[in-house]
Write a protein that binds this ligand. Structure first.
Ligand code: GAP
Length: 515
C-alpha cells in the first residue's frame, strides 16, 4: 500500500513537472479540488474526448451529439430529483475536524478485507510456485474464508442502510467496525447527516428579482430536455442515442485523490432511448460495448472490472460501474445506468409538455426508457496516466520514466531531433516537420544530448522520435526510435507518414473496438 501511495505521489508530481495538470489558481495557493490542464494535459484530454465522441457518433449510426448550456431552468433540477435527493451522507471527526463521506469510510473498510485476502493469495502463490491452485486456495483457506465472511456481513449491513437511507445505522456501522479517522486516529465521530452537492448561484440582478439557478451536476438533463428537439429535427427512430461532452459541478466534500474527485469536472454522457421493456437487454449491450472501448486502449484487461451498485439511484432499475485499478485501488471511472422512463416522465409532469415518441410499428405513443453511459473525462485521464506510467531500470543502471500512452491519445506523436545544431541538420529537421505537422502533433527539440531529449519525450509519452544526422542530407533517411522498446531503425523520410499513421491514428484505435 505504501508503495502504491508512493507511485500515486510520483504520478501527481509528474503531471505537474511535464505540463499535464496544475492546481487551479496555484499562485494563490490553489483552490480545493479544482485543477487546470497544461499544454500536454489538454492534448491528452482532447484526444480522450475525441476517442469517446467518435466511438459514439461515428460507430453508431443512431447516436448523434448535442452541446447544451450549463445554465438550465431551475425546475429541471426539481424534476430530476437532484434538489431533494442529490445528497452525500457526511460525518465529522471531532478531533481532527475533518469531514468524511460515511459511505466512503465503510467502503474503505470493505477494501481492507479484500487487501488481506489478496495478500494471503500472493504469499501462497510465492510459496507453492507453479503448482499453486488459486481457485482451490480461495475456497479452502480458513483466513480467506473468515475475511470473506466479514466482508459479506459488512456489505449486507451497508447496502441495507443505504437503501433505507438509514443515517443512524450508517453511523452505527462506523462505530461497530471501529473505523478510525485517518488523520487523528480516533473514533470520536459526529452523527451522519445529508448534504446537497449542487452549487447554486443567481441569474439576473436582485432589483429585477434574481432567480436561483444551479450549476449542472450532470450533463444528462440537458439531453433529456432536448429529447424531442433532436428526435423531431433529426427524424430519429427508436432506438437512438444522444451524446454530449461538457462540464459538470459538484460541491464534493471529500475532495481528495487529485483529479479523481473534483468540484468542476467534465463528463461524457450518452442517453440511449429505447422501447419500454427492452431497456435491460440494451443495458447489457452497452455494458459490452463500453468495456471493449476501455480495453481497446491496451492498458491490460485485468485492470478493469464491473461493480454493480449496492444502492440504485432514485431513477434506476439496473446500474453498474466500470472500475479501473488506480494506485489507490479499484475505483469507478464510468457508470452505466438503466434510468427507466423516470427523467422524461418527470419532465413531462413538471413542464406540462408531452415528451413522447410515436412508434409507427406499434402504432402508439409512449415515454421511452433510457440506458445511460456516463464517464468522467478527468477520471479517464487519471486512469490512462496511472496505467501508462512506468519506471524502467535500464541495462546501464539508469532509470527511465516513460508514459506508455496508447499512441492515438499521446499529446505529441512525433519528436523531430537534429543530432547537432549545425551543418544544415536543423533546417532539414524543420523541413520534415513542416511536411508532417499537418497530420500529427510534432515537437522540435535541438537542446541537450540526444539521450536527454529521448528521456523528455518518454516522460510525456511520445511514441516516436526521429533523429536527423549527417547521412540524412544525402540518403534522405532518418533514425526512428520507438518509445516502448527503445529500438531504432533507419527509414526513408518518404515512409514516415505511413509508419506513424498506422499506429497513432484514431481509426486504428476505433477499429479495435469493433473487432
Ligand atoms: N448522469 C449520471 C451521473 O452523473 P455519476 O456516477 O454521478 O452519474 C458519472 O457520474 C461519472 O462522472 C463517474 O463515473 C465519474 O467518472 C464522473 N464523476 C462524477 N463525480 C465526479 C467528480 N466529483 N470528479 C470527477 N469525476 C466525477
Amino acid at each position: 500500500m505504501a508503495q502504491q501511495d508512493d507511485i500515486f505521489k510520483k504520478l501527481i508530481s509528474h503531471c505537474k513537472e511535464y505540463g499535464f495538470v496544475f492546481s487551479s489558481s496555484e499562485i494563490y495557493d490553489g483552490l480545493g479540488a479544482v485543477y487546470d490542464y497544461g499544454q500536454n494535459g489538454v492534448e491528452l484530454k482532447n484526444n480522450i474526448k475525441r476517442y469517446w465522441w467518435d466511438s459514439m457518433t461515428l460507430l453508431n449510426e443512431n447516436v448523434v451529439g448535442i452541446d447544451s448550456a450549463i445554465f438550465m431552468h431551475p425546475t429541471i433540477w426539481k424534476a430530476s430529483g437532484h434538489v431533494d435527493a442529490f445528497n452525500d451522507p457526511l460525518i465529522d471527526n471531532k478531533d481532527s475536524k475533518k469531514r468524511y463521506r460515511a459511505d466512503v469510510l465503510i467502503e474503505d473498510q470493505m477494501a481492507k478485507y479484500d487487501d488481506k485476502i489478496n495478500k494471503e493469495v500472493e504469499k501462497a502463490a510465492k510459496r507453492f510456485g507453479e503448482s499453486f491452485d488459486e481457485a482451490m486456495f480461495r475456497q479452502t483457506n480458513p483466513r480467506i474464508l473468515e475475511n470473506q465472511k466479514k466482508k459479506e456481513e459488512l456489505h449486507e449491513r451497508f447496502a441495507n442502510a443505504l437503501n433505507d437511507n438509514d443515517l443512524v445505522e450508517l453511523k452505527q456501522i462506523i462505530v461497530d467496525y471501529e473505523i478510525v479517522c485517518p488523520i487523528s486516529g480516533t473514533k470520536n465521530w459526529t452523527d451522519v447527516r445529508q448534504f446537497n452537492l449542487m452549487f447554486a448561484t443567481e441569474m439576473g440582478s436582485t432589483a429585477d428579482g434574481a432567480t436561483k439557478i444551479y450549476l449542472r451536476p450532470e450533463t444528462a438533463q440537458g439531453i433529456f430536455v432536448n429529447f424531442l428537439n433532436v428526435q423531431k429535427t433529426g427524424r430519429m427512430k427508436l432506438p437512438f442515442g444522444i451524446a454530449q461532452i461538457g462540464k459538470a459541478f459538484r460541491n464534493e466534500i471529500v475532495a481528495r485523490q487529485f483529479i479523481f474527485r473534483m468540484r468542476e469536472f467534465e463528463q461524457m454522457e450518452m442517453q440511449f432511448f429505447v422501447r419500454p421493456g427492452e431497456e435491460l437487454a440494451w443495458f447489457e449491450k452497452w455494458k459490452t460495448i463500453r468495456i471493449k472501448w476501455h480495453q481497446a486502449l491496451g492498458l491490460g484487461e485485468k485492470k478493469y472490472r464491473f461493480h454493480d451498485h449496492d444502492k440504485l439511484a432514485h431513477y434506476a432499475n439496473a446500474a453498474t460501474d466500470i472500475e479501473f485499478q488506480m494506485p489507490f485501488g479499484f475505483k469507478e471511472v464510468e457508470g452505466i445506468h438503466s434510468r427507466t422512463d423516470f427523467d422524461l416522465s418527470s419532465h413531462e409532469q413538471f413542464s406540462g409538455k408531452k415528451l413522447r415518441y410515436f412508434d409507427p410499428e406499434m402504432n402508439e405513443s409512449y415515454v421511452p426508457y433510457v440506458v445511460e453511459t456516463s464517464i468522467g473525462v478527468d477520471r479517464m485521464f487519471l486512469s490512462i496516466l496511472a496505467g501508462s506510467y512506468e519506471e524502467e531500470k535500464l541495462e546501464n543502471g539508469e532509470t527511465r520514466v516513460v508514459l506508455k500512452l496508447p499512441p492515438a491519445l499521446a499529446p505529441v506523436k512525433l519528436a523531430v531531433l537534429p543530432l547537432v545544431k549545425k551543418d544544415g541538420l536543423p533546417e532539414k529537421a524543420q523541413e520534415i516537420m513542416n511536411d508532417l505537422k499537418f497530420d500529427f502533433h510534432c515537437q522540435y527539440d535541438e537542446k541537450d544530448s540526444i539521450g536527454k531529449r529521448y528521456r523528455r519525450q518518454d516522460a510525456i509519452g511520445t511514441p516516436y522520435c526521429i533523429t536527423i544526422d549527417h547521412d540524412t542530407l544525402t540518403d534522405n533517411c532518418v533514425t526512428i526510435r520507438y518509445r516502448d522498446t527503445m529500438l531504432q531503425e533507419r527509414v526513408p523520410i518518404s515512409e514516415l507518414g505511413k509508419i506513424i499513421t498506422d499506429k497513432v491514428s484514431m481509426k486504428t484505435l476505433l477499429k479495435q473496438i469493433t473487432q
